[in-house]
Design a protein around this ligand. Structure first.
Ligand code: BGC
Length: 717
């Protein structure tokens, strides 16, 4: 198929159709009343529908086959529809939510889960997934942190890239692989106050050095599509933002990824006050470089007029349509328009035993042990009271798992029973008011109170921001009750965002499990009973109080920083009522093993721009318990043209250590690891001191100072 020739055969209207994405119900054979109503509300006719280019969301193979068949019967040029969907952390086999995946600090896991998601989703004839979400998130009030890889651009970049590689694998033309659509370009995670869809206002240096990095890493990994964000950037909605879509994506990153708006986000440009009407919105979008319009019809209704009036050059339209047709060709849709969609493949591959087994393995690596006063692991002889909203709940899939069914999951109670745990009392009470005096007597008969607490899955995700991020519905009263009864308290958290845990710190152990997916509770059981050793680390800081937000580890230093030596001085950058540090910082996570770091060595103390530095460090498991450890390497650039963060993650390695084993871990660093971007997006660096920090988390590290020679500062020239 020659897409240039195909383009020439299309009328302007047909070309514009390729840029429209609609939901499957628009193609419904009988055009039921409800559907017809929606079509009217979108102001689109039947002809327009059967010229559209792609479909958003499809449930299964038979639905896909039905829609594609009907479309091809009617569409004059037989250009197949491209099917896109939100396959975010699994299709029917559900994996841990992205923030949990990032907690594994194991990039292979991201690759593997994306692979399985692609294999399963492809059986429904899905061709593109709206994943990964590379938005850097620093504000836990924002519900969508659950879909993110957290607050660090390097970690988010590594995970985004691995997801892209996992989906696209050995080529999007092959059955079983999907094209990846990175989202939401750009800086959606910086919405003010964490309120979804809110204003974003970030500097160019923060943009290039923090927010843009993870999208760029995903694009460099070969992502075929990029979705725009709902927010403005520098006052201009991302969907019509020429700087993002042309300067950054095309000119600076040299990407030919197909761009797509977010749901209805082109029409929303009117609400932003940046277009007079839909015609104006269409004009601005095509000029800016938006290819596909999702779920609104500014292009369909006005682009032809704009071209006829000579306001828009048809070349702009052709450019966009060619990119779409090329992607269809690259996906192999002209040869096989039903590619992958097969009821037999669905039966064989979806929720296969092997996939579920991997889901559990991934869950084991994604939980984070936040606190442990040697209470965990438990032993099977202990008498347990199991209480809390997640004691009997199977809702462990989390947001964006629309193909996954929670009925397939087991509750903690079921897993405890399957393993013959001596349960003195089980209740899904959310707080002390829901317990009777008799219940309290039953709790008294236990040795350990296991509290399964958290947020309902609907409290995080899109449009689910919270201003108070404590555990809801007074769940902390259960901790207080157990404390008053002098019980050992183990809290298991199910939630989609870093929470303010200050009022449950009386617990003896806290295991953050996020939403771990299809095999969550079995993995949790193995972790708390010591059949597996926790190894997750936080990809996002947990604040002490909502008033500290945003609190993140890779912040700038300020001119009046608080240090260990100046605590008594008054005029410092700090709060009067709370420490500057978070409750649990980025990179934190405990193990049942204890790891010691020693002998940090570096190949050179002074180095040039073309030096590759080699660092080594010994990590010893001082315990008898085998386990994973995440060795983290941070840097600080002390003198630069712009203020640089006090710490930045540059490398990490997840290693396995048997009891009493020592391993030497080696890292290499070059100038790109020590450089930064100026406000035009140019890479730059300066001579002088850098500190390299290596350790088990972002706060406890062994440090070494090094100096970059040979680059002059301006005052030296
Ligand atoms: C979300 C996107 C998603 C799209 C399509 C939007 O509301 O912001 O992340 O991919 O819907 O479902």
């Amino acid at each position: 198929m020659n897409v240039d020739n195909l383009l020439k055969q299309l009328t302007t209207k047909e070309k514009i159709g390729q840029l429209l994405q609609l939901a499957p119900f628009y193609f419904d054979i009988d055009l039921k009343a409800e559907v017809a109503g929606r079509i009217r509300s979108l102001n689109i006719d039947r002809e327009g529908i059967f010229m559209s280019g792609s479909v958003l969301g499809i449930s299964n193979a038979s639905e896909m086959i039905k829609v594609q068949q009907k479309y091809l019967d009617i569409n004059k040029h037989k250009i197949p529809l491209m099917f896109m969907a939100d396959i975010i952390h699994g299709y029917e086999t559900i994996f841990p939510v992205p923030i949990a995946l990032a907690s594994s600090f194991n990039p292979l896991i991201a690759f593997q889960t994306a692979r399985i998601s692609a294999i399963e989703a492809s059986t429904a004839g899905i061709h593109v997934t709206f994943s990964p979400m590379a938005d850097l998130s620093r504000d836990p009030r924002w519900g969508r942190v659950v879909e993110s890889f957290g607050e660090d651009p390097y970690l988010a970049g590594v995970f985004s890239a691995q997801m892209v590689k996992g989906y696209q694998n050995d080529g999007i033309e092959k059955i079983g692989n999907l094209a990846a659509c990175v989202k939401h370009f750009a800086a959606y995670g910086a919405s003010e106050a964490g309120r979804d869809y809110n204003t974003v206002d970030v500097s160019k240096t923060a943009l290039y050095n923090m927010y843009l990095k993870s999208y760029k890493t995903a694009i460099d990994a070969g992502a075929k599509m990029m979705m725009t964000a709902f927010n403005v950037l520098d006052g201009v909605p991302a969907t019509i933002n020429k700087f993002l879509l042309r300067t950054v994506l095309r000119d600076q990153w040299k990407s030919d990824a197909v761009t797509i708006s977010d749901y209805d986000s082109l029409k929303q440009v009117l609400d932003h006050g940046c277009a007079e009407n839909e015609k104006d919105a269409a004009y601005r979008a095509i000029q800016a470089g938006l290819d596909i319009e999702m779920a609104s019809v500014c292009y369909v209704n006005y682009l032809e007029e704009l071209i006829d009036e000579g306001i828009v050059d048809i070349k702009k339209l052709d450019e966009a349509v060619l990119r779409v047709l090329q992607l269809k060709k690259d996906l192999g849709l002209f040869e096989d328009s039903f590619k992958g969609a097969s009821i037999d493949r669905e039966k064989e591959l979806v929720r296969s035993k092997e996939h579920l087994k991997i889901s559990k393995k991934v869950a084991l690596e994604s939980a984070v042990l936040l606190k442990n006063e040697q209470t965990l692991p438990l032993n099977k002889k202990q008498k347990i009271a199991l209480i809390g909203p997640y004691a009997k709940s199977k809702s462990t899939n989390g947001p964006w798992s629309w193909h996954g069914k929670i009925e397939h999951n087991l509750s903690l109670e079921e897993v405890f029973n399957n393993n013959d745990i001596n349960l003195t009392f089980v209740s899904d009470a959310e707080n002390i008011d829901q317990l009777s005096q008799q219940n309290i007597t039953q709790i008294e008969a236990s040795e350990v109170v296991v509290l399964a607490l958290g947020e309902d899955a609907r409290l995080s995700g899109e449009a689910h921001s919270r201003s108070d991020i404590k555990l809801p519905n007074h769940q902390d009263t259960l901790v207080k009750l157990a404390r008053s009864l002098n019980k050992e308290i183990v809290v298991i958290l199910f939630n989609g965002r870093p929470l303010d845990l200050s009022n449950i710190m009386d617990s003896n152990a806290i295991l953050e499990t996020w939403f771990l997916g299809s095999r969550a509770t079995e993995a949790i059981f193995d972790l708390i009973y010591g059949h597996a050793n926790p190894s997750g680390k936080l990809p996002m800081s947990f604040p002490r109080t909502v008033g500290q937000i945003p609190v993140y580890y890779n912040h700038l230093n300020t001119g009046r920083p608080l240090t260990d030596n100046n605590q008594n001085y008054e005029y410092l950058s700090r709060f009067l009522d709370v420490e500057n540090t978070p409750l649990f910082s980025f990179g934190h996570g405990l193990s049942y093993a204890s790891f010691k770091y020693s002998d940090l060595e570096i190949s050179q103390i002074e180095f040039d721009v073309d030096t590759t530095l080699r660092l080594s460090i010994n990590v010893t498991n001082e315990s008898q318990i085998p386990g994973h450890e995440v060795v983290q390497l941070y840097i600080r650039d002390h003198v630069a043209k712009i203020s640089r963060p006090v710490k930045e993650l540059k490398k990490f390695k997840k290693i396995w250590l048997e009891g009493k084993q020592t391993q030497t871990v080696v890292f290499e660093l070059d100038i790109h690891d020590l450089s930064y971007f100026d406000s035009n997006g140019n890479e730059t660096y300066d001579s002088g001191k850098f500190t390299i920090m290596v350790g088990s988390n972002s706060q406890e590290t062994l440090n070494i100072d090094i100096w970059l020679k040979g680059v002059k500062h301006d005052y030296q020239k």
